[in-house]
Ligand binder design. Structure first.
Ligand code: GLU
Length: 493
């Protein structure tokens, strides 16, 4: 049997280090067995998926050196590798399940489902579909569907007994079927949900081993059932432990930068980041901490994966990165790395229009634009002020900004300008005054190169990280403030 693994990211945000971590393990496992590693884009969530995010994910994984044998960019014998291009395949498979009585059409309205959820919640029950439409005759369901009545297709799930999942790392996991919802497989727009698309694709793409994050364990019963409904052999499941913040909570961008782009822009070397991700949940047989991707491939062994929550610790990563800078690069190679990192035509080319008309001598460049080459910047807390706002108002304004910056797409000067001006209005201050602490947080100075263009060049990740430092310097947001402020911001849409 040829081992075939895959990474199946959903293109709904920044390329996440967790995706790279799971990709790395899949890559090593496949390569070690002389097998293949695939990349599939799971863009079934049409609202949240973007091509911008897909491109960024592919670029980041390539930067890390995790190459795939089949994927949306290079094709392959099992394509297309983007789920949005495979709708007909899912519909056919869904029809098969309907024919065999493993799925049923559900005509319940969103209002009914809402009410049901409320009743269940107030009664302390687990929320889930109650099976009402399961009682419809096939003939009735078919004729209502033919008449064009809006409906979804749900899978039949037993209401008694226990589902057994075999996990390569965790052994047998048992989940009672009553805990498993009668999952929607096909939405009312005829597009599949993650579960149907994921199972159909893993099978059709010949995936033999599914290595993915432990957050998917609860989905496994639905997948086990779908494989048995289709009469297909199940790939081997292996749920990897999730990366954690130093406080052991699930790694999240609120507490820790999670985007691969951030680490690239901060000047971590791809091989150091990859090495560090390899140390998460896995260790070399000789416990050595510094190793290359090839060395990891050679030594990779799932039995050395440990289940304790691996902590993603930036300080440790920096320590490892420093070792790579010191020990692995000749001065010439070092120069080359600095070039590819930021002293390249593309990056400098983006900075130049912002500085060329603002300096008298080339040597003014460092003073004016040095922050473009920094990770974080130093600022004076006294410079973080907004005329007309007290400390709380200022903290609220900066937090609003942090949230909005996460939502602005594309991260370009025009939409950024629009979003920030809107926030100024919401906070009842002049845009010029509102922008001042943002200048300070991002550049270290109250006045600098044009803000929105500067933000575009710095990119979302560095902006987020710098803004967060400013917010922390003023006193981090409390849970109560978070709730209140989020409501206030969401209220204005
Ligand atoms: N699209 C899922 C994700 O975003 C894939 C989960 C899986 O590997 O089955 O992680």
């Amino acid at each position: 049997m040829t081992v075939r693994t895959r990474i199946a990211p959903s293109p709904t945000g920044d390329p996440h280090v967790g995706t790279a971590y799971v990709a790395l393990f899949n890559y090593c496992f496949a390569r070690q067995h002389g097998g293949q590693f695939l990349l599939r884009i799971e863009d079934t969530d049409q609202v949240r998926s973007t091509r911008e995010s897909e491109d960024a994910i592919l670029k980041s994984l390539k930067w890390l050196g995790l190459t795939w044998d089949e994927g949306p960019d290079i094709g392959g014998p099992h394509g297309p590798y983007r789920q949005s291009e495979r709708s007909a395949i899912y519909r056919e498979h869904c029809d098969l399940l309907l024919e065999r009585g493993h799925a049923f059409r559900c005509f319940c309205t969103p209002q009914r489902l809402d009410e049901l959820r409320k009743v269940q919640q107030s009664g302390g029950q687990t929320a889930g579909y109650d099976g009402l439409c399961r009682g419809l005759s096939v003939a009735e369901a078919q004729s209502r569907a033919l008449e064009g009545e809006s409906h979804v297709v749900r899978m039949v799930v037993p209401r008694t007994g226990t589902c057994t999942i075999n996990d390569r790392l965790r052994g047998t996991i048992e989940i009672d079927w009553v805990q498993v919802d009668m999952q929607v497989l096909l939405k009312s727009d005829g597009l599949p949900t993650y579960h149907l698309a994921n199972v159909v694709d893993d099978h059709l793409m010949g995936i033999t081993h599914v290595l993915r994050g432990e957050e998917w364990i609860s989905s496994a019963p639905k997948h086990v059932l779908l494989y048995s409904y289709f009469g297909w052999e199940m790939p081997e499941l292996c749920h990897l432990p999730l990366l954690r913040n130093p406080d052991k909570s699930k790694l999240s961008k609120r507490k820790n930068p999670t985007s691969i782009v951030y680490y690239e822009r901060m000047g971590y070397l791809a091989e150091a980041l990859l090495n560090y991700l390899g140390m998460m949940a896995w260790s070399m047989p000789d416990e050595r901490e510094k190793f290359s991707l090839d060395e990891m491939v050679k030594a990779f062994d799932l039995s050395r994966v440990s289940l304790g929550g691996p902590v993603f610790d930036q300080a440790k990563l920096s320590w490892l990165n420093a070792r790579y800078l010191r020990e692995n690069l000749t001065p010439e190679q070092f120069v080359e790395r600095v070039r590819t990192w930021a002293l390249n035509t593309e990056y400098l080319g983006a900075v130049v229009p912002l500085v060329q008309s603002r300096i008298e001598r080339l040597s003014d460049l460092g003073g004016l634009a040095g922050f473009f080459l920094q990770g974080t910047v130093e600022f004076r807390v006294e410079d973080l002020v907004i005329k007309g706002l007290d400390q709380e108002g200022l903290r609220r304004a900066l937090q609003f900004t942090a949230w909005r910056l996460d939502e602005v797409t594309p991260f370009k000067s025009e939409p950024l300008g629009l979003a920030l001006r809107q926030l100024a209005e919401l906070c009842g201050v002049k845009a010029k005054d509102f922008l001042r602490p943002i200048f300070v947080a991002l550049t270290g100075k109250p006045v600098s190169t044009p803000l929105f263009e500067t933000m575009t060049v710095l990119g979302r990740d560095l902006c987020r990280a710098r803004l967060r430092l400013a917010i922390e310097a003023l006193g981090p947001m409390t849970a109560k403030e978070e709730k209140k402020w989020r409501k206030e911001l969401d209220g204005v849409g």
